[in-house]
Design a protein around this ligand. Structure first.
Ligand code: AYL
Length: 536
């Protein structure tokens, strides 16, 4: 059984994302394009739609003429959310470059993996990250003339990116660009293994924008809408909802460089925020943290929540505090963000909603057979927002795509015939989600086995109800001559902490076991390890 979207299909133009966003549409025709669009929450500084359009058009020429970048060159970007992020992204798309955004809180090894894996020809970052990034770029021979900064200062031979502006604007549509060209290489571990480059095309983003507008009439928005912008712009969720969709719909974004609950509440009150894209742990903060009651958050009319499961209890607790409509969405980096979401009209508690226009879903059981209504199985998707593939990784592509073009998700769910909505129930892939961030068990296991005292290990996600998130827990077999005690556990935990970015820490602790269950071929039997969690 193939599930097709119940909302009418929409035509997706075969053009480039830069031109698509800049051309006139139903939203930008009716709004004041000189009013503040991207507003820095802390300083209040703002940029208008028109300013962003003009600056990105001039910079697009500059990347080509003054830096020598050309079609297909990849530019890696590591920075917390900046007020001019949209200018940078749009300008690089206008210059036909591919953008590889990454987490600014990465460790040196994590940065190096992404920079080398995506084969970056240039890099944009903030001054504070230069020391660690220059270690890598000097080593791999990426010259400082190809490293650019947000902000106004020139540091260590690296120029502000806006200084490379050309004198003429690039003209849209961009000559020689097509919807199938790769716009972004985002990093995701997919259903297994280490972070892989997800190739998302201009067409994927255009489809995603049009789908998000059409999947629900309410998404077409109010003239007075203002959206909260704390989700990171390097992750697909923030990138789509806060950068491109907001630009398309001319919805002002209150930008936050990082998540801070009190600042968030202050900004909602000050700017009368109406829309909030959040993740489950933030829903719990809003529902439970005492500080929230000090502020007037009644301007919020719609909350979108995705990236990890949100329980019914948390939905109800949030509704008591903030009487806004809550809609859940489900998606992946590989699907260019949401592919199933609750319509504002519908939305059975606990469901993830209905398919986006033009998308198809099938559900398969453990034998690979398609199942029908009300039966559990793995979701597979087909449609215009599905990634082009993993960059330079035939093995992962062969594992992820079926020969007839369906993409496996590693997520288990069902189609509920009574409500006509999809439900997500489980995850069969290795992935752990800490507060919406991906943690790949394989990566932590590789780090752990790098320690002499570790003979074998397995990392799984332990659900922490109070924070509404999974936390990584390691089961470790120590070498015969090593004592399995608290001191050893601390040593192991500290070692991992030193080698990973904050959200990958072993917050679920280290537990010692005598053996890790394996299949005859040596593959970890994660299901069995997860059973141990239930015994606690
Ligand atoms: P990635 N419920 C349960 N699990 C979810 C949900 C959800 N609503 N959404 C995402 N996941 C899990 O690449 C699931 O395991 O993208 C999925 O395979 O960081 C994995 O997260 C993908 O993780 C939107 C807009 C969701 C964005 C997103 C987040 C995409 C996260 C809905 O409308």
């Amino acid at each position: 059984m193939i599930y097709k979207a119940t909302v009418p299909a929409i035509p997706i133009p075969d053009t480039d994302l830069f031109s698509f966003l800049l051309e006139s549409n139903e939203f930008n025709q009716s709004k004041d394009l000189n009013s503040p669009l991207n507003i820095d929450g802390e300083s209040g500084k703002s940029l208008s739609w028109n300013y962003i359009r003009q600056q990105s058009s001039l910079l697009a020429t500059g990347w080509k003429q003054n830096v020598g970048l050309s079609k297909g060159d990849t530019v890696a970007i590591f920075a917390p959310n900046q007020i001019d992020h949209a200018i940078l992204y749009l300008s690089l798309l206008g210059a036909q470059c591919t953008i590889s955004p990454g987490n600014p809180a990465y460790t040196e090894a994590e940065f190096e993996h992404q920079i080398t894996n995506c084969r970056a020809s240039a890099l944009v970052t903030v001054a504070g990250l230069l020391p660690v990034l220059l270690n890598i770029t000097d080593k791999i021979g990426l010259p400082r003339s190809k490293i650019f900064l947000f902000g106004d200062k020139q540091v260590e031979g690296c120029r502000p990116y806006h200084s490379i502006k050309g004198t003429t604007e690039v003209s849209a549509p961009i000559q020689g660009s097509r919807g199938d060209d790769v716009a972004f290489i985002c990093y995701s571990s997919g259903t297994t293994g280490l972070a892989k480059g997800v190739m998302l095309t201009h067409g994927n983003f255009i489809a995603q924008i049009l789908q998000s507008v059409r999947v629900d009439p309410e998404n077409e928005g109010d003239a007075d809408d203002v959206i909260l912008g704390f989700l990171p712009f390097y992750h697909i969720y923030g990138l789509t909802s806060l950068v491109f969709n907001a630009y398309y719909k001319v919805t002002p974004v209150i930008i936050m460089a990082r998540y801070d609950l009190e600042l968030l509440c202050q900004l909602v009150e000050k700017y009368k925020v109406t829309l909030a894209s959040i993740v489950p742990p933030v829903a719990v903060h809003l529902a439970k943290a005492p500080i929230v009651t000090k502020y007037n958050l009644s301007s919020i009319r719609l909350i979108g929540c995705g990236a990890a499961p949100l329980s019914r209890e948390h939905i109800e607790a949030l509704a008591k505090r903030i009487p806004a409509k809550l809609v859940q969405g489900y998606g992946m980096t590989e699907t260019t963000s949401g592919v199933i979401s609750q319509g504002v009209e519908g939305g059975v508690a606990g469901s993830i909603g209905i398919l986006s226009p033009n998308m198809e879903c099938k559900i398969i059981n453990t034998e690979g057979k398609e199942v029908g209504d009300d039966q559990e199985g793995e979701f597979l998707f087909r449609g215009p927002s599905i990634m082009k593939g993993y960059y330079n990784n035939d093995k992962a592509n062969a594992e992820t795509f079926t020969t007839d073009g369906w993409m496996r998700t590693g997520d288990v769910g069902k189609y509920d015939s009574k409500s006509g909505e999809f439900f997500i129930l489980d995850r069969i892939k290795e992935l752990i989600k800490f507060k919406g961030f991906q943690v790949a068990p394989a990566e932590l296991e590789a780090i752990l086995t790098g320690l002499d005292i570790v003979a074998d290990c397995c990392v799984v996600g332990l659900y922490d109800e109070s924070q509404a998130t999974e936390i990584p827990r390691a089961y470790v077999v120590v070498q015969p001559n090593v004592e399995a005690n608290e001191k050893t556990a601390k040593l192991i935990n500290d070692y991992v902490t030193k080698n990973v970015t904050n959200y990958k820490k072993l917050r679920g602790g280290v537990k010692f076991v005598s053996a890790i269950p394996k299949s005859p071929s040596g593959k970890i039997l994660r299901r069995e390890v997860k059973e141990w969690l239930k015994e606690e």
